[in-house]
Design a protein around this ligand. Sequence first.
Ligand SMILES: NC(=O)c1ccc[n+]([C@@H]2O[C@H](COP(=O)([O-])OP(=O)(O)OC[C@H]3O[C@@H](n4cnc5c(N)ncnc54)[C@H](O)[C@@H]3O)[C@@H](O)[C@H]2O)c1
Length: 284
Amino acid sequence: MTTFAGKTALVIGAGQNIGRQVALEFVRRGARLAVADISLEGAEETAALIRKAGGEAVALACNVTDEVSVLAVIDSAEAALGPLDILMNNAGILSGGNPQDIPLSEWSRMFDVNLFGMVRANNVMVPRMIERGRGHIVNTASFAGLYPFAASRVHYAAAKAAVVSMSENLSLYLMPLGIKVSCLCPGPVMTTSTTGMKEFSENYVMRAPGSHLMVKSQQETARILADGMAAGRIIIPTHDEVWETLKQRAADPDAFIAKKNAEYLAGDPGKPGITQDVIDSIRD
Ligand SMILES: NC(=O)c1ccc[n+]([C@@H]2O[C@H](COP(=O)([O-])OP(=O)(O)OC[C@H]3O[C@@H](n4cnc5c(N)ncnc54)[C@H](O)[C@@H]3O)[C@@H](O)[C@H]2O)c1
């Protein structure tokens, strides 16, 4: 549990839900934190929870679509904590609809936040980490970026697939330079992320990653991430079932899509199961 002792970390997108729980988990494991979000109020709440738990945290405002804001937040975090050991790019947005109803402007917004937001932060942090010969970058993707099921949010899935590819290829380059890269790939996690989500179609069905999966709590997600980072893992999924799914997809990608469509037409949109404990965990 002391793997993160003495480490400094900045989590961008830590104003609520997964990012907040990850920040709390890093602190439990000994890290000092800067927590940033487009909602300064959310970041301040996270910092208050960290202090209440006996940890150290600074709260910062950051809009990942603004290069100046991203540079400022990294500079402020390093001024407060010293050189950053960990940068986690967790900010993300979600919207839904049938592909023909998603306008180019929404594709653009999706990529601007979910991919280029990370690129902006990494473009500042990677040269600093290379100079120091150490560091750990964590990018949050999604199961939607790992295999096809997200017909109701193709633009989101495409941005997350780009995050997976970016993370893997960055790790290929940075690992020999002493810098680790991890990519958190959440499957279904109990959060409030769909509240107020933009929807571009009427009467579309939100297709999900699979009815064989169970929704995980944010707290368990944070523990899985921290354990995976400590083990030096690059792709860190929340659910181990994904490895079998990826094998099936690799064995026959066309048959994989045909099977998904057959399941969907039979009335199974891939909605995961959920326990009362996980529903209750959102109030912790
Ligand atoms: N909940 C899930 O089941 C799930 C599944 C797959 C992937 N994810 C990914 O996990 C991450 C966290 O998701 P969550 O469920 O906790 O959702 P969330 O919406 O609560 O978290 C996203 C955070 O990013 C912040 N944010 C949004 N736009 C921003 C911007 N422009 N600049 C800075 N911050 C911004 C939000 O304020 C929020 O605090 C996201 O990247 C999401 O895509 C979640």
